[in-house]
Write a protein that binds this ligand. Structure first.
Ligand code: ADP
Length: 309
């Protein structure tokens, strides 16, 4: 069943808080997800993504706040939600000692359906692992495990899917394939709420929430988040990258400085700093092969900027 086209929000989460003892995992989380959206929850390990997913899939009670999925309250109507939701937990959740096919059968049976009945829904994904259907799930590669887990989460034809870090620990090809599958599922009207620590996956979502330390720092389209970045941003490289980061931070006019792959990204106060001044400051410190270029921000730059406010 999909509720695409209805007025009911796929998710409504209002002021949800959850702590583990003294550790606050979710601090006043509020957001909505529209029907048929791919909504990404993006943030590093420990940010609170799994806790949020467990609250929304009725596996964990929030300390305060309310949440509903497809118009159903996560506390009062948890049984109904469980029937309509597909959930793929972060860690591999399947029965490692059972075969690929046995795992899928169990999930189908639990939801009173059969593999045959909903095969069309999982065909694209499952057909890739079907040649290994007699292999123990525990003996699959990371990417194959995720495809099986996604097939199991889909076999009862849920209207909404919660995928907690489906691409963590899998190779780049499987990552790409998984995202292609999510787009196909979206085109069939399924709402997808997906979490990831990989900032480069943000652009594959319709809207994203950037989460850090249990708080949503910003919710918008990936483009909207990037267009909200108003700082002057430069990429800087040199022959000694590890010394460079410390020296950059000492320069007047460098506001923030972080390592980003092959470059360091710095935000600058361009009323006091020019590229020429920066180059000479770095040369004075003994750096050579210096490269400085003004660049457009990516989601990771936005994340760092919001996190350092
Ligand atoms: P993420 O999924 O983004 O990695 P989690 O929701 O797993 O984040 O964790 C959020 C915070 O809650 C972290 O500080 C984590 O250490 C803590 N936490 C998560 N689960 C438990 C638990 N069962 N007991 C105590 N602390 C927990």
């Amino acid at each position: 069943m999909t509720l695409a086209g209805s007025n009911i929000k796929a998710v409504v989460c209002t002021n949800v808080c959850k702590s583990y003892g003294k550790v606050p995992a979710l601090k006043n989380i509020s957001f909505t997800v529209e029907q048929g959206e791919i909504f990404g929850v993006i943030g590093p390990d420990g940010a609170g993504k799994s806790t949020l997913f467990r609250v929304l899939t009725t596996l964990l009670l929030a300390d305060s706040g309310t949440a509903s999925v497809e118009g159903m309250d996560v506390v009062k109507e948890y049984k109904e939600i469980r029937k309509n939701v597909g959930y793929m937990p972060g860690r591999f959740s399947l029965y490692q000692d059972l075969t690929v096919e046995e795992n899928l059968k169990i999930f189908a049976t639990l939801f009173h359906t059969t593999i045959e009945e909903n095969y069309y829904l999982i065909k694209d994904i499952y057909s890739q692992i079907e040649p290994f259907k007699t292999r123990r799930a525990g003996a699959l590669s990371g990417g194959m495990k995720q495809k099986l887990a996604l097939s199991c989460a889909l076999i009862h034809k849920p209207s909404i899917l919660f995928l907690d870090e489906p691409t963590t620990g899998i190779d780049p090809v499987s990552r790409k394939e998984l995202w292609e599958m999510l787009r196909k599922l979206k085109s069939q009207g399924i709402t997808i709420v997906v979490s990831t620590p990989y900032m480069d996956e943000a652009s594959l979502c319709d809207r994203i929430a950037l989460i850090r330390d249990g708080e949503f720092m910003k919710i918008d389209t990936p483009k909207g988040i990037i267009s909200g970045f108003r700082k002057e941003l430069w990429a800087v490289r040199g022959s000694n990258m590890s010394a460079l980061i410390g020296h950059l931070r000492e320069v007047d006019g460098v506001v923030t400085c972080f390592a980003f792959g092959d470059n360091h990204h710095i935000t600058v106060d361009n009323t006091v700093l020019t590229k020429e001044i920066l180059r000479s400051r770095l040369e004075e410190k003994g750096h050579n092969e210096i490269y400085i270029e003004k660049i457009e921000a990516g989601i990771e730059d936005c994340f760092m900027e919001l996190a350092n406010r």
